[in-house]
Ligand binder design. Structure first.
Ligand code: ARG
Ligand code: ZN
Length: 879
């Protein structure tokens, strides 16, 4: 608990560690009422440190110190200073061994940082600063040591004892206890340490690497989850092969382990050789997981596996460099997912997340650069900017260099920095050195926060056949940053002729062979490009594939957007044109009378999507999704959420009524014939069917209702079951909704991952998720205040997805969220700080809303003993 005002930590204060740790010898005695941790560190002065005879300072948090010994001699309390958060020894030799014994209480650890218990098993989460909750240690990623770990526990209750590396010893002890010893040959920062002890079943497989080594693959889960491992195991093998083929990266230990735990603050963690996952991000079966969950699991398994090189073998020097591993690894997992499924669909999903949530973050009070310059609590910086914008920055390097030079760059990076803790600048330098390109201006992407705005204008000179495109770049101010310099932006584009054909892009009149797509490089505030031999006024297809994380402003007409929807060879921009058109139609309706006309061309465009079976069905499934409320809010100047919600619903209802027969036909056509498969085609089929069903129920169509009830009863997979349940939950058929929810709960009450989906579908629904319903869900026997997934599925879904209910004009949604944040602040500050996010955007909303959101933030600010996590978010939001 915080006792004084939290300190700000600055990148500019970085100093190399005064002491290094070569080896760590750990012995854990695990008991029901606590754990004793014996640690012996081989420490030496860092030759690179300038300080003369500095004190030894070790980090600690919530530790009971039992003893300290230096080179085998016990120290008395006058030899060291235990400041609680630091253990300081004033004078130490150049090289020595330090033994520390601490007592901790994992069973009472509700913060889920360090060593804690989840459904009866012991597990750890050490990133970013959890290792200091286990023992005193220089808890910073640039101190890398070799770990040896002995775990002792009751044999019956904890038959499985795991840590990083290879198992080197095991045996029985007195009193029904046993032990196991693990050794990790690779030096690593302590944030990659992991320990697991529990009664778990083991699933085994093997993988033969490119050099012919056999790797033992093991998954450990609670017995009831034994049948939910196959998908993750297959995903792991695909990831291992892919990283060899695409990045030349081979796995380096003999064992690779995955453990599933129910209580976990984040998605998963890449601990060396022992990845620990949130159950919801790894366990799947046809009956219990949706297509989206299958895809998410594949991506997260890949992400954590890829960290073995981008994060573990080459790690971060300090936490300001977090995107070095996270941005690069997200880029790698998105390339992987694109290769496993539909690249266009994957791009659409990534951009949707970026444009709704990351752009909002980058335009709000918590905006920070991809490489931040300061922070109070590092846990607050596991953000969309670090992860998603960071991945976009790496993607732009890939675009600028091309795949071959990029691969040369990544090879050089891994080879040059293997075993080191480095910076984002080292990454960029490797890319420069391998390619010969100058990325000095490009580095601004790491330093400047805020989403660049590109304002595009054009003119066509018919007489000369010249098309002129002018692009102006501006970067908005963000907290602590004004007057930004222009950034280096790769801007991919094409031009379409009046017949829909792509035109050659001739930048000089004598250019012979010109491509039909180019990547222009923007480096100045304003650029004008001239394209020659253009026969008639073209339609520009701008920022293809979303080649940079920027906003584009261009005065598109609805005709142009419809034209691009039909003709753009870039699938991403076809989708984006549809989104822009729908945004335009919805925005025009916000606050206008209920009989205001909806553009019939939108209806016809959607009819074509639903009825034309020659189109790529995976893309169609995406194009049918109207822009979300969250995205419409992001685009608004001063958002009135209930008005946005109503306008969007009116468009949906209008489309559903006009296309009613086509929707029924589409639903019938997409009926499944063969067995359940998770392929892009099958996923698209299910998505189309469930979209059609949802639309039919929006307009209270009785045939739709019958189809939904039948689908719910006959579904052999969770995607269809959830599709039908969601449609009913969001309909006016109240009796069916109640019945469907009760039946669903009875069927799945013993499966926490499904119960979480059941909570979420209600909490996110404007029909079933009014505040009084939410309060009932919190009182439900399956709700658990100690389980982050349950908190996210009820409170997170309400505040993050059920936007019309959350933004109730009476302010009740905001007060409710503030109360829950205060309640959680004591038990789990990381989760509490995450939940504040919707309130941090208060300045985005119309005055009637924003003033009440501000009061809710003040209510949190005034709570006694606020955690550092919540303190930082609330104070920065109100500043
Ligand atoms: N490194 C993990 C990942 O794969 C995330 C860990 C986040 N931990 C935290 N305390 N915020 O992305
Ligand atoms: Zn990661």
């Amino acid at each position: 608990m915080r006792t004084s005002q939290p300190q700000t930590i600055y990148l500019s204060d970085y100093k190399v560690p005064a002491y290094l740790v070569d080896t760590v010898d750990l012995r854990f005695e695990l008991f029901e009422d606590g754990a004793r941790v014996h640690s012996t560190l081989a420490i030496r002065r860092n030759p690179d440190s300038q300080e003369s005879a500095p004190p030894l300072e070790l980090d600690g948090d919530s530790l009971v110190l039992e003893s300290v010994a230096l080179d085998g001699t016990a120290l008395s309390e006058s030899d060291y200073e235990n400041r609680g958060e630091q253990l300081v020894i004033r004078s130490v030799p150049e090289r020595f061994s330090l033994s520390v014994v601490t007592w901790i209480e994992p069973q009472n650890n509700t913060r889920l940082e360090g060593l804690y218990k989840s459904s009866g098993m012991f597990c750890t989460q050490c990133e970013a600063e959890g290792f200091r909750c286990i023992t005193f240690f220089p808890d910073r990623p640039d101190v890398m040591a070799r770990f040896r770990t002995r775990i002792e526990a009751d044999q019956k209750a904890y038959p499985v004892l795991l840590s990083n590396g290879n198992d080197v010893d095991r045996g029985e002890l007195d009193d029904g206890r046993h032990f196991m010893t693990w050794e990790d040959p690779f030096p690593k920062p302590c944030y990659l340490f992991a320990l697991v002890a529990g009664d778990l079943v083991e699933k085994r497989d093997t993988f033969t690497t490119c050099s012919g080594r056999d790797i033992d693959l093991r998954m450990y889960v609670e017995p009831r989850n034994a049948e939910k491992c196959d998908h993750a195991m297959d995903s792991l093998k695909r990831s291992m092969r892919w990283d060899e083929e695409v990045y030349g990266r081979e796995y380096d230990l003999d064992i690779f382990m995955i453990v599933a735990v129910d209580d976990f603050n984040m998605g998963a963690m890449e601990n060396k050789g022992l990845n620990i996952f949130n159950s919801s991000c790894v366990l799947a079966s046809q009956e219990t997981a949706t297509d989206m969950a299958f895809q998410r699991i594949e991506a997260i398994v890949a992400h954590e596996y890829f960290h073995n090189w981008s994060g573990n073998r080459v790690t971060c020097r300090d936490w300001f460099q977090l995107s070095l591993k996270e941005g690069f690894t997200v880029f790698r997992d998105s390339q992987f997912s694109a290769d496993m499924g539909s690249p266009t669909v994957k791009r659409i999903e990534d951009v949707t997340l970026l444009r709704t949530a990351q752009f909002a973050e980058d335009g709000g009070p918590m905006a920070h650069p991809v490489r931040p310059a300061s922070y109070m609590e590092i846990s607050n910086f596991y953000t969309l900017t670090i992860y998603e914008k960071g991945a976009e920055v790496v993607r732009m390097i890939h675009t600028l260099l091309g795949p071959e030079l990029f691969r040369k760059g990544s090879d050089l990076y891994f080879q040059r920095h293997d075993g080191q803790a480095v910076t984002t600048d080292d990454f960029v330098r490797a890319m420069e050195d391998a390619s010969g390109r100058d990325l000095s201006q490009f580095r601004l992407w790491y330093e400047q926060a805020g989403t660049p705005m590109l304002t595009v204008s054009d003119e066509f000179d018919e007489g000369q056949g010249v098309y002129r495109l002018t692009i102006e770049q501006t970067i908005p101010d963000t907290p602590g940053q004004t007057n930004k310099k222009p950034q280096h932006i790769p801007f991919a584009l094409g031009l379409l002729g009046s017949d829909g054909q792509p035109l050659p892009l001739r930048l000089a009149s004598d250019e012979a062979e010109a491509p039909t797509e180019r990547v222009l490089e923007l480096t100045e505030g304003v650029h004008t490009f001239e394209f020659h031999d253009i026969p008639s006024e073209p339609v520009p297809s701008l920022l293809r594939h979303f080649s940079a994380p920027v906003r584009v402003r261009y005065p598109w007409t609805r005709e142009q957007l419809l034209f691009l929807m039909n003709h753009d060879p870039d699938g991403f921009n076809r989708w984006d044109a549809g989104q822009r058109l729908a945004v335009d139609v919805i925005q025009r309706l916000i606050g206008s009378p209920d009989d205001a006309a909806i553009d019939p061309r939108l209806v016809e465009a959607y009819r074509k999507l639903i009825t034309d079976t020659d189109l790529d069905q995976a893309l169609v499934a995406k194009m049918l999704q109207l822009p979300s409320e969250a995205y419409l809010i992001e685009l608004a100047e001063s958002a009135d959420v209930p008005a946005i919600h109503r306008a969007r619903e009116r468009v949906l209802e209008h489309l559903a009524e006009a296309l009613r027969d086509d929707l029924v036909a589409c639903y019938q056509r997409q009926q499944e014939t063969g067995p359940y498969e998770v392929t892009p085609a099958a996923i698209a089929r299910r998505s189309l069917r469930n979209t059609a069903l949802g639309w039919l129920l929006m307009i209270n169509d009785d045939e739709g209702r019958a189809l939904a009830v039948r689908q719910l009863n006959e579904a052999d997979n969770m995607t269809d079951r959830m599709g039908a349940l969601r449609a009913l939950v969001n309909s006016d058929y109240e009796a069916d909704r109640r019945q469907a929810l009760d039946d669903f709960y009875d069927r799945f009450r013993d499966d926490p991952q499904v119960v979480e989906q059941w909570f979420s579908v209600q909490a996110a629904s404007d029909r079933a998720g009014q505040l009084s319903d939410i309060e009932q869900l919190l009182a439900h026997p399956a709700f658990d205040w100690k389980n982050p997934n349950k908190i996210r599925s009820v409170i997170g879904s309400f505040a993050g997805q059920n936007l019309a209910a959350f933004h109730n004009p009476d302010g009740s949604g905001y007060r409710f969220l503030a109360d829950q944040v205060c309640r959680l602040d004591d038990s789990n500050p990381q989760i509490a700080a995450r939940l504040v996010t919707p309130l941090t955007r208060w300045r985005k909303f119309a005055p009637a809303y924003s003033s009440q959101m501000q009061s809710a933030l003040e209510r949190i600010r005034d709570k006694d003993g606020l955690s550092r996590d919540v303190y930082e978010v609330v104070h920065k939001s109100l500043a």
